[in-house]
Design a protein around this ligand. Structure first.
Ligand SMILES: [Zn+2]
Ligand SMILES: [Zn+2]
Length: 367
């Protein structure tokens, strides 16, 4: 493994210059190492330990533009077959070609689409730390974020999303025994997390009510963001909470669509005063699920749909959660009647009395 790693370290820069930033395959030693030799050596090892059928191994120098951080991914096919989603083992070369990491890492795209870039980086870091709690890691392993001296978004994603990694400096490369020993450990961690957490690590991401409302407002402010229509069902799949119960999470995109439809005005009374939010210079409002999302198990059809989300000023929203019954009742009835027809179209058909009873025990703030 030393030779192909050296081929990458010694030649990647000059190839990048030669190609003027385009990811064309011209058969230089670094490209041969990344696209052919390293993947083959890894496949041979997987064969030897009888796991080859479970994995897809693939090297990349980028798509269109040449990557600043080239990689070779080892994807467990049941979990993912690409670097954008799920989690996988990946050999990552630092941007300055001074070191590389063999890393159990996460794809960032789905989280980024559903939330925002900065939010995604922060949450991937949190998810990695939670995943580590399921493992007993080798003392040589590097836990959490890594340093790829990255100046690009993709590299920064890998830095933040790293779970467990082994680092190799360009001037002291690992022997085959050391390298495949580390790969073997990472395969064990990969398997363990798969068994404990499942196909994606989204259930390890916790989103507070404040974070949710902030992201929703940011999304609502840029219509472009709303086109990335990834449904919450698609994103969360059959994610389980730590207690083993199904989790019902809210999609910020759905909520942002509802806020735009209400034109950032309180749906109890469009005249209600609210301040201007600093983030995007829009009126500050909050999204609320009229049929509380915590009651999802009572419904066959999804509650996280735009028809079920109302846009409220902060006072009205908190009142629905914390107000006395008498004051809430009239407003809830008013909102419900306004939405009844469109809810029925979504097969969410219930009587006012049944609707009100969903609130009688109080509702969670995350509803
Ligand atoms: Zn609410
Ligand atoms: Zn209001």
């Amino acid at each position: 493994m030393e030779k192909p790693l050296l081929d990458v370290f010694d030649n990647y820069f000059s190839t990048r210059l030669r190609l003027h930033g385009r990811a064309n395959v011209i058969g230089t030693p670094d490209q041969n190492a990344l696209l052919l030799q390293i993947p083959r050596l890894i496949e041979t090892y997987l064969h030897k330990i009888g796991l080859a059928h479970l994995f897809k191994v693939k090297g990349s120098i980028g798509n269109g533009n040449i990557a600043r951080v080239p990689w070779v991914g080892i994807f467990r096919k049941e979990i993912t077959e690409n670097a954008e989603n799920g989690y996988y083992i990946v050999l990552l070369f630092s941007e300055n070609m001074s070191s590389c990491y063999l890393s159990l890492n996460q794809g960032i795209t789905a989280v980024e689409q559903l939330y925002t870039k900065t939010f995604a980086l922060r949450k991937m870091r949190e998810a990695a730390l939670k995943a580590i709690t399921h493992l007993e890691c080798d003392p040589e392993a590097h836990l959490g974020s890594i340093d790829l001296s990255s100046t690009g978004d993709l590299g920064r994603g890998y830095e933040a999303a790293a779970i467990v990694s082994f680092k190799y400096d360009a001037h002291s490369l690992p022997t085959d025994d050391v390298f495949f020993g580390h790969l073997n450990l990472l395969l064990g961690y990969y398997e363990k997390i798969f068994k404990k957490v499942g196909k994606n690590l989204h259930s390890l991401i916790s989103v507070s009510e404040n974070e949710f409302q902030q992201v929703v407002l940011e999304k609502a402010a840029s219509p472009q963001a709303l086109k990335e229509n990834i449904s919450s069902e698609e994103f969360w799949g059959d994610a389980l909470s730590s207690s083993g119960k199904p989790t019902f999470n809210r999609s910020p995109i759905v909520a942002a669509q509802a806020i735009r439809m209400a034109d950032f005005k309180c749906e109890i009374n469009a005249e209600h005063w609210t301040f201007t939010s600093r983030a995007k210079k829009h009126r500050y409002v909050e999204a609320h699920h009229l049929i509380p999302i915590s009651h999802q198990l009572k419904f066959f059809h999804p509650l996280d749909v735009v028809e079920n989300v109302v846009c409220l000023c902060a006072t009205c929203h908190r009142m629905l959660h914390y107000g006395v019954e008498k004051e809430r009742r009239d407003l809830l009835t008013h909102l419900f009647k306004k939405r009844k027809e469109v809810l029925v179209k979504r097969s969410l058909d219930l009587k006012v009395a049944d609707f009100l009873s969903l609130y009688s025990g109080g509702v969670l703030l995350e509803d």
